[in-house]
Design a protein around this ligand. Structure first.
Ligand code: FE
Ligand code: FE
Ligand code: ZN
Length: 277
């Protein structure tokens, strides 16, 4: 089955978001664990959650992807920021453990001048503090465009983090098509080569989700500007090859394109029409 959805707000609860994604023609969605600029998470609403689980079952909604706030930076030079990252990560996982198999995606971080080596150590250090043996949630490191001091701009940097984490089976990777294209992986002309490289360095078995975005910026620009599907430098043909690629087609795809709901609906419709099975 084609697992396709988009980013949605859960400010009105999971049930509302679930109904929205069904109305858009999708079957999964991504949401922020809390305000993307940080702050506190909303109080847990058990009734809404129980109702959602029932609704999800009846409507074949697939595993959801929870996105950590952008302000979560495990490798900031500011210790207060690192403290917030640790606290936020722990709280979010408590919430996610309500699900039978949640995915929690985060941006590895920006080293803010400390250097990539220190950044990788601090990110692994956070993961070693928050992951635990019995957890059901899988934590995904998102591949980044490499703007500023972002860590995770290459498959090598992602793997360097994973290699320093003890409970590696709790970890996966989320590939953002806009980010990797901006980071210099040519998914337009050499998708197979990029996936072979991913497999050789990280292992394709770690790949758990795709952020499906076109890009406003040129190849290898290290800029992170998402574009609507088919309107950017990646283009519709390359995106169609991605959703149909035998090594990717069973993964969940999440649109993070600059759209209102109507635009998401059109993109989901378009992608479903281009899907080969
Ligand atoms: Fe992201
Ligand atoms: Fe993304
Ligand atoms: Zn992005």
């Amino acid at each position: 089955m084609f697992k396709i959805g988009c980013h949605l707000s859960i400010s009105d609860g999971f049930v509302k978001a679930g109904k929205t994604i069904i109305s858009l023609g999708g079957n999964t969605f991504q949401y922020f664990s809390r305000n993307p600029q940080g702050g506190r998470a909303k109080a847990w609403n058990q009734k809404d959650f129980d109702d959602f689980m029932q609704y999800a079952k009846e409507n074949q909604i697939e595993v959801l992807l929870c996105h950590a706030p952008y302000t979560l930076n495990a490798c900031s030079s500011n210790p207060d920021t690192r403290d917030f990252a640790l606290r936020c990560f722990k709280e979010d996982i408590v919430m996610l453990e309500h699900f039978p198999n949640a995915l929690y995606n985060f941006h590895p971080g920006s080293h803010t001048g400390q250097g990539v080596e220190v950044g990788i150590d601090q990110i692994a250090n956070l993961l070693n503090q928050v992951l635990y043996e019995d957890m059901k949630t899988t934590v995904l490191l998102e591949c980044m465009a490499g703007k500023g001091s972002e860590v995770g701009r290459s498959f090598e940097e992602i793997q360097a983090i994973i290699s320093k984490v003890k409970l590696k089976d709790k970890l996966g990777v989320c590939l953002d098509t806009c980010h990797v294209y901006s980071a210099g992986y040519d998914i337009v002309n050499s998708l197979d080569k990029v996936l072979d490289e991913f497999d050789a360095i990280i292992g394709l078995d770690r790949l758990k989700a795709i952020h499906l975005n076109d890009s406003k910026m040129p190849f290898s620009s290290n800029k992170d500007r998402h574009e609507k599907i088919g309107q950017g430098t990646i283009g519709l043909d390359a995106i169609v090859r991605i959703i149909n690629h035998p090594k990717l087609k069973d993964l969940p795809f999440y649109l993070e394109t600059p759209n209102e709901l109507e635009g998401y609906k059109e993109e989901i419709e378009l992608l479903k029409s281009k899907r080969q099975n």
